[in-house]
Ligand binder design. Structure first.
Ligand code: GLN
Length: 234
């Protein structure tokens, strides 16, 4: 039986607002289905081997600078993985590093690894609060989470948003877009954590990694949480 290999990229630097919950959710939802799952933490200086899913969380600019330098060393390998349709999920600061660059205010540009065609610039205001997103590629067609960022992300080329913001600010507070996707790469500003509150999205990632739909499991409590958060304002 296939083992789903998950790389948790730089958890010592990028891991805030419960981002680790995303890894726990993926692990549990695999285990509950008796799927073999292996989680490998990748920290600064570690080599990155081939995985089915690559996850990276959020953090502050200072940590992003350090992680950016390290990720750039692995850029070619990760682009190759993207083109082989490996699954990537980046949250907030990690999402910004999946793009072309993040330009903070009065500081040097932080380079991303260009897994998606997107760029981020520092905004004047910090976007904090609950977010509800309407989407069209997972069922139920909603995503919920909590955002806390000042970077404004703009998508270009073939990179499209995860969905449209119904509550909250999303990518930039201007065009109602939230998150990004290209091939099997996904980025989002939704923390707090994202996958525990969106079990259908966790299962979608598992499906992409497996290449087949995973068995149904009872997710009553998780979906109760999901639905209770829809349209909840901060
Ligand atoms: N430093 C980035 C911003 O504020 C990312 C923040 C985060 O990951 N929460 O835009």
């Amino acid at each position: 039986m296939k083992t789903i290999k998950i790389a948790h990229l730089y958890p010592k630097l990028l891991n805030i607002y419960g981002d680790i919950g995303n890894i726990i959710t993926l692990k549990k939802r695999c285990e509950w289905r008796n799927l073999n799952v292996e989680i490998n933490e990748i920290n600064i200086g570690d080599p990155i081997k081939e995985h089915d899913i690559y996850f990276i969380g959020g953090g502050q600019d200072k940590q992003q600078i350090e992680v950016s330098k390290e990720l750039l060393k692995h850029k070619d390998f990760l682009l190759e993985q993207r083109d082989k349709l490996a699954v990537f999920l980046g949250i907030c600061g990690g999402y910004q590093l999946f793009g072309n660059y993040y330009q903070p205010k009065n500081e040097e540009k932080i380079l991303g690894i260009e897994l998606i065609d997107a760029y981020t610039v520092a905004g004047e205001k910090r976007f904090i609060g609950n977010v509800t997103v309407k989407t069209d590629f997972v069922e139920p067609n909603s995503l919920v989470g909590f955002e806390n960022h000042s970077g404004l992300t703009f998508l270009e080329g073939e990179t499209i948003p995860l969905g449209t913001v119904a509550v909250g600010y999303g990518n930039n507070g201007k065009d109602f877009s939230e998150g990004a996707r290209y091939k099997n790469v996904f980025g989002t500003y939704l923390h707090g954590s994202f996958l525990p509150k969106n079990p259908h999205f966790a299962d979608y990632l598992i499906e992409l990694a497996l290449g087949t739909k995973p068995d149904d499991i009872n997710s009553e409590i998780e979906f109760k949480t999901h639905y209770s958060l829809i349209n909840k304002k901060y």
